[in-house]
Design a protein around this ligand. Structure first.
Ligand SMILES: [Zn+2]
Length: 132
């Protein structure tokens, strides 16, 4: 599976994550279809943690409503790993409840940021998705 993300959406994710570091940052990624991300929808990490994140349920509801009203779908959610690699932690996999969306992780641990997307279902990573 391949997925396209616009430079504008990626730059928005990157700027938000760098601004929030060392706390983990998070958001939704929206697009016109499930293979295309055109927008970062920023969310607050209500855990304010450097090692995990949680969404505010009211913000999640607002994001879903925003997507619907604008003819977009939620392609996935993303969070940052300020100091660890771009792959799902055991907790990330455990908390990936929705098999219909992708899970994006932006790592700021190396010299260059690394952004990957993963399909997670049944408690395991099914696929690493190529981003274009
Ligand atoms: Zn994580």
């Amino acid at each position: 599976m391949e997925l396209t993300i616009t430079d504008e959406a990626y730059q928005s994710v990157l700027a938000q994550a760098q601004n929030d570091a060392p706390v983990e940052s998070c958001g939704y990624l929206l697009g016109p279809d499930r293979q295309t991300v055109t927008m970062n929808y920023p969310m607050r990490n209500i855990d304010h943690s450097e090692e995990h994140f949680s969404f505010d349920p009211r913000e999640q509801f607002a994001a879903v409503k925003y997507a619907r009203q604008n003819g977009l779908v939620i392609v996935g959610n993303w969070h940052s790993h300020p100091a660890s690699p771009s792959r799902p932690s055991a907790e990330d996999i455990r908390l990936a409840f929705d098999p219909n969306i992708l899970y994006f992780i932006l790592s700021l641990a190396g010299e260059q940021p690394v952004f990957n997307a993963f399909a997670i279902a049944d408690g395991e990573v099914k696929e690493k998705v190529n981003l274009r």
